[in-house]
Design a protein around this ligand. Structure first.
Ligand code: PLP
Length: 243
């Protein structure tokens, strides 16, 4: 693929950083005996301007993630419609409707963690979803307890006709450098769910790995990494608590 030209200077920094991440992700996939395409890199632009996301788009990237409904709902209509959006934040059932209505090019919701929210898709387009598991045990984190993953995955698969159960997601420890135990716990959940639902393990996704730990996550079987700060630079939250 030809490398598209990008503007010089500050604006090129994010593109350069993205290319470095893609290269490292591909190498990690190869180290784990998989093809580079086996791992999706979602660029997480939360708190960052649309113009910066646009630069990555112009450089050829298509997968972007956001974790606030309000933000994705504002940004998505200002950007090209062939972007594949991933919603990775906590989803309240009262906000799900506006997410689904405003982002027709929503590729996946990675963060379903209760039955109530899974009922919100009634009457809307079908979506691929991941069930979010809290593997670190921190109360500040969303996600179901690992012991409930089979139950929720079953519910999504069998009782939600507009949801396509596609796998599991987790966030690591708070410092964003996950302990391998978190990733092992998610792999173990996948084993249990794949047995209970009779799905081949290769057919479902593990979304784990962020800026600080994505290579390790890929080596441990991740199919989807969510990368923010090392592409876009550190986030600034005026009066907001860190997600
Ligand atoms: C912000 C965020 C990320 C990206 O985190 P970085 O450490 O900046 O790469 C990944 N996943 C979720 C759920 C997030 O909210």
């Amino acid at each position: 693929m030809a490398t598209p030209a990008v503007a010089e200077g500050v604006s090129a920094a994010a593109v350069t950083a993205l290319r470095a991440v893609l290269r490292r992700a591909h190498q990690a996939a190869e180290r784990s005996g998989r093809r580079p395409e086996a791992v999706r890199v979602v660029a997480v632009g939360k708190t960052k301007p649309v113009s910066l996301i646009r630069q990555l788009y112009d450089a050829g990237h298509r997968c972007f993630g956001e974790n606030y409904v309000q933000e994705i709902v504002e940004k998505a209509p200002q950007l090209p419609s062939d972007i594949e959006w991933h919603y990775i934040g906590h989803l309240q059932s009262n906000k799900a409707k506006s997410l689904l209505a405003s982002v027709p090019n929503l590729d996946m919701v990675q963060s379903v963690d209760n039955e109530k929210v899974s009922s919100c898709w009634f009457g809307t387009q079908a979506s691929e979803v991941l069930v979010q598991v809290n593997t670190s045990g921190e109360e500040s984190k969303s996600g179901i307890n690992p012991s409930n993953c089979v139950e929720l995955a079953k519910h999504v698969k069998h009782s939600c006709p507009n949801l396509i159960f596609s796998g599991l997601m987790t966030i690591g420890m708070r410092d964003y450098s996950s302990k391998p135990e978190n990733f092992l716990a998610l792999s173990k959940c996948r084993e249990e769910v794949s047995k209970a639902l009779d799905l081949p393990q290769e057919q479902f996704e593990l979304s784990m790995g962020m800026s600080g730990d994505f290579e390790q996550a890929i080596e441990m079987g991740s199919t989807n990494v969510r990368i923010g700060s090392i592409i876009f630079g550190p986030r600034e939250y005026p009066n907001r608590k860190q997600a």
